[in-house]
Design a protein around this ligand. Sequence first.
Ligand code: SAM
Length: 163
Amino acid sequence: MVRENEIRDGESAVALPPRYDAEVYFIGRIRTPWDSRLLTPRQGRADGPICHIEIFEPWVAALEGIGQFARLEVLYWLHLSRRDLVRQSPANDVTARGTFSLRSPVRPNPIGTQIVELVGVEGSFLTVRGMDCLDGTPLIDIKPDRTLFTPIAPPQPGDFETG
Ligand code: SAM
């Protein structure tokens, strides 16, 4: 069940620390069709609507070369999320789980990540498919999808052990 800012039965909040450890640059803004958290998809889909990612100056030059990648990993700041819940009840049914066992937008650092299809690049705008955030969500970073890369280091003993 998608939330706004309520605390549900079974959930726990903490007092937020008085200071931050780091600052980030918002390098752009994500333009999507959604203006309500309640209507935004829980996870982006490959067949989702076309969305746009606008890059701000002075970061536009950093887009050079991006058009060669079919998929991108997008990191964004879920700016309307509360940040103080350590146990959450996604189904709002009294049962709660730890925040780090969930992909909930409510977390100490409300960073969202999504793999999107790159449909086009025009100037400072990327056209993508597969987003799941509100219109106007601040952009933190863009990287080529890691699965498009072959590891440079040869496999090491133990790499594929599962136990
Ligand atoms: N795909 C990302 C991930 O897994 O890290 C985000 C998943 S999160 C479950 C997506 C939900 O976050 C949306 O359904 C919406 O309810 C909420 N959301 C989207 N944009 C937001 C924003 N800017 N601020 C706060 N909540 C947002």
